[in-house]
Design a protein around this ligand. Structure first.
Ligand SMILES: Cc1cc2nc3c(=O)[nH]c(=O)nc-3n(C[C@H](O)[C@H](O)[C@H](O)COP(=O)(O)OP(=O)(O)OC[C@H]3O[C@@H](n4cnc5c(N)ncnc54)[C@H](O)[C@@H]3O)c2cc1C
Length: 383
């Protein structure tokens, strides 16, 4: 690890121009709120607004919901928030998760989760959230935003204007509102899905597994169809050392027996998804008037905590409520930044320890010796 880990709890406004939003436009005095991005954050905002009789315009680049890269783990808090939005993961067939299993070198440890959590694909979740928003009256529009400036989204299809914009493009930045990338050795995400197999069900069962490697970790959890979602977060330098993501996964299987047991069920023609330069630890504590930043555009919690979706939903719901109450976006953004600071800071500390082999083994030993330590860490990293 270099001197500059790039994983401090960084704060910033995002944005390149910092332009003020214009006052109400004369030709559109009661413009509908625009929500850019129909992931968990954008849909949570759309549902909340539509529940209160508004007709938000939800803009997403994809006509069909794919299966976005994610660990597929939903914490008990995330599930409670989803139920409040009218989406019940158990009705979507989510896989029940009761335990945390930790693997580091030749050691392993386990802890019960404070409450039941769930494994569910993002395809299933995002499809249900979109459907819920539309059923309540949100208008879904398909367009890919090229850039964003005061009260204006420049899409590939058309230009969108609104006095209020909720920015919810998650992992993807939009020109004009990009998040700063400071890390000298940035984080990347790699995801594969290993098809259902009785051995996987036996090995993983009701656990969320965290396999800790040198400079990387893999989270593994079963999804609604019995497949194992394997999500790796790693440093770019780690990939440069090992070559392609597939070569890296194979070399991890060669060196770590517990990971190998799961990996041996991976077919040769495995699809591999990747995402680059994830600004873990970044929190937006400022924004422009009329622009509410949600989800990963508001705060990026290290994925090891499995709380990104929780933050996305909490931000979407609370920003929509703030808008309805007339609270200015910069005021709300500052409040949300303070709310997100503790879970993000805790998750960053755990992630740094987890990617350093000596510390990871020490943490594992501590988790075994001190009952309740892992549970405490899990609770502290929730929004
Ligand atoms: C490796 C990794 C593993 C993770 N594992 C977990 C986990 O197990 N549990 C958990 O809770 N969190 C996890 N997270 C975090 C979680 O994925 C995110 O925090 C969450 O998806 C954020 O939701 P969002 O709605 O802000 O953005 P997203 O889920 O990224 O949704 C953004 C939406 O915006 C749309 N969009 C993007 N760009 C444009 C554009 N230009 N124009 C129009 N539409 C656009 C996309 O199509 C998408 O629908 C993980 C993250 C990573 C990197």
């Amino acid at each position: 690890m270099g001197a500059d880990t790039g994983f401090r709890c960084r704060r910033g406004r995002g944005g390149e121009a910092g332009l003020p939003v214009q006052a109400l436009r004369r030709d559109n005095p009661v413009s509908a709120p625009l929500i850019l991005g129909a992931g968990p954050a954008g849909c949570a905002a759309a549902i909340t607004l539509a529940e209160q009789g508004r007709t938000p315009i939800l803009i997403d680049r994809d006509v069909k919901v794919g299966d976005p890269l994610c660990g597929g783990f939903m914490s008990w808090r995330t599930v409670a928030a989803l139920r409040e939005l009218g989406v019940d993961p158990t009705a979507l067939g989510a896989h029940r998760v009761e335990r945390l299993m930790l693997f580091a070198g030749d050691r392993e440890a386990q802890a019960r989760l404070p409450e039941a959590a769930w494994g569910l694909s993002r395809h299933a979740l995002d499809t249900a959230l979109r459907a819920r928003a539309i059923s309540l009256g949100a208008r879904l529009e398909i367009d890919r935003a090229r850039s964003l400036s005061s009260g204006r989204i420049e899409g590939e299809r058309q230009e969108w204007r609104g006095d209020t914009i909720f920015l919810a493009t998650g992992k993807h930045d939009v020109r004009g509102e990009t998040r700063p990338r400071e890390a000298s050795d940035p984080a990347l995400g790699v995801r594969v899905r290993i098809p259902a197999h009785p051995d996987l069900s036996r090995l993983i069962g009701d656990a969320i597994e965290l396999h800790l490697f040198d400079g990387a970790y893999a989270g593994i959890v079963l999804q609604e169809d019995g497949s194992a979602n394997v999500c790796l977060a790693l440093r770019k330098s780690r990939l440069s050392r090992d070559g392609s993501p597939l070569e890296l996964l194979r070399s991890l299987a060669d060196r770590y027996p517990a990971f190998a047991e799961r990996w041996r069920h991976a077919p040769d023609d495995l699809a591999i998804d990747t995402v680059g330069s994830v600004p873990y630890g970044w929190i937006a504590d400022g924004t422009d008037p009329g622009l509410y930043r949600l989800g990963d555009q508001a705060a990026v919690i290290p994925s090891l905590a499995g709380e990104g979706m929780g933050i996305a939903i909490a931000s979407g719901r609370s920003a929509a409520q703030a808008f309805l109450e007339g609270k200015a976006a910069p005021v709300w953004q500052g409040e949300f930044a303070r709310r997100a600071a503790r879970p993000v800071t805790v998750a960053e500390a755990i992630w740094k320890a987890a990617e350093t082999p000596g510390l990871a083994r020490l943490g594992l030993a501590a988790a075994t010796l001190i009952p309740g330590l892992a549970t405490m860490a899990m609770r502290a990293s929730r929004i």
